[in-house]
Design a protein around this ligand. Structure first.
Ligand code: NAD
Ligand code: DAU
Length: 357
């Protein structure tokens, strides 16, 4: 079967990637989606069980750092576009093991860029009809004070953690490939995502699971840090809009205009989980445990996504109250998924970080 487009989505077995793969595979049967994922502890094919039999879906288990393999996949599927999400994504892990972050996020992105360059420059039409779309984070902009300011697309990069430094570096490589070789690229920087299939090392799924098992909820520092939360399906919708309508060489910020102090979001999670489990209101508040702060903990992130709204018409579709309700329900209804991802190879790391269940 001839496909209209052949799109690699890297990191498609991860949290956000699985939502992007699902959206593209189901919405665009005329596109072939090639999910390239190494299946690290964070990658899980069960996230895609509902679409894995679709004719327009292919899974390739591969490391983006493997340049020859990336070249092979580019040629085998006649790839015209890449939506690049594969990364090491957890700040706490980057503080412990920065090398892995430099390897995957910097060298992996470079390997993918170079493979795309070699392939596309070898074709008669060159870069025409091609796109390298890189998914990045608001963390590259550094930290804001409690002064109402927002990150815009022109905010100077000022990364603080090894994770954000590695993402910033990868963003620079992507832009360099546009400026140097003329590769059509787009970069987007998104705020904190939440929703189904997020690995339970991140705040929201970790705390939902801990409440369910009556384990402590480790709030870093005083819980006063602020994050801007976006429902993951809205991020996937934004990626769809930008992939189709975004301007080459542009940057777009994606966010929910939805800032929360950590301690306030923890209380919303407790309230929702307790209600859905039939516990008395406030029953799990005693699980809140203030612990040593994350090293270099960024105080506040907040995204201004006005450009995306004005130029491409995207806005978040879900109110936070609705999104968090859906999310808590999903984790409570999918305990088997949770048990699977918190067992096996990754268990020892999990226990090292968070103690025995
Ligand atoms: P995740 O950790 O849930 O998933 C990452 C995926 O990448 C996994 O499936 C993993 O197996 C795969 N992967 C890791 N190393 C690989 C390698 N060397 N080769 C091939 N595959 C590899 O991450 P996520 O939270 O879904 O984030 C996806 C992307 O979005 C990342 O680039 C991240 O920086 C960015 N981002 C995340 C958020 C967020 O809130 N989670 C917000 C903004 C941007
Ligand atoms: O802003 C976008 C970023 O959001 C993404 O680029 C990252 O990939 C993603 O992991 C996320 O980074 P954060 O560090 O903000 O997310 P995390 O869920 O780890 O933490 C959210 C906040 O909660 C942060 O201020 C730290 C705090 N926290 C987190 C954990 C895991 C706690 O207080 N206790 C915890 O146990």
């Amino acid at each position: 079967m001839e496909f209209k487009r052949n799109i690699i989505i890297t990191g498609g077995a991860g949290f956000i990637g699985s939502h992007v793969v699902r959206l593209f595979v189901t919405k665009y049967p005329e596109y072939r989606i090639i999910n390239v994922d190494k299946l690290t502890y964070a990658g899980n094919l069960a996230n895609l069980a509902d679409i894995e039999d679709r004719e327009n879906y292919v899974f390739v288990k591969a490391d983006i750092c493997d340049f020859e393999k990336m070249q092979e996949v580019m040629a085998a599927y006649n790839v015209d576009s890449i939506i690049h999400l594969a990364a090491e994504s957890h700040v706490d892990r980057s503080i412990k093991d920065p090398f892995t972050f430099a390897r995957t996020n910097v060298m992996g992105t470079l390997s993918l860029l170079q493979a795309a360059k070699c392939r596309w420059e070898s074709l008669p039409e060159g870069y025409e009809g091609k796109l390298f779309y890189h998914i990045s984070t608001d963390e590259v902009y550094g930290a804001l004070q409690f002064d109402g300011t927002l990150f815009t697309e022109t905010t100077k990069y000022d990364p603080h953690s090894p994770y954000s430094a590695s993402k910033a570096s990868s963003d620079h490589f992507v832009r360099a490939f546009h400026d140097t070789y003329g590769m059509p690229t787009i970069v987007t920087n998104c705020s904190n995502n939440y929703g189904p299939y997020q690995f339970p090392e991140k705040l929201i799924p970790l705390f939902i699971n801990n409440i369910r098992h009556r384990r402590p909820l480790p709030v870093y520092g005083k819980g006063e840090n602020v994050r801007d939360w976006l429902y993951v399906v809205d991020h996937a919708r934004a990626i769809d809009v930008i992939f189709h309508k975004g301007k080459v060489a542009e940057t777009y910020n994606i966010g929910g205009f939805n800032e929360w102090r950590n301690i306030d979001i923890v209380k919303v999670i407790i309230k929702t989980v307790d209600r859905l489990l039939g516990n008395p209101e406030g029953a799990s508040l005693d699980l809140i445990t203030y612990v040593t702060d994350r090293k270099g903990h960024d105080l506040r992130y907040a995204i201004d996504s006005t450009k995306l709204k004005n130029e491409l018409g995207w806005e978040p579709s879900l109110q936070f109250e609705e999104g968090i309700e859906k999310t808590v329900r999903w984790y409570l209804d999918n305990q088997e998924w949770m048990d699977n991802v918190t067992s096996g190879n990754y268990q020892s790391y999990y226990e090292e970080m968070y103690g025995k269940r």
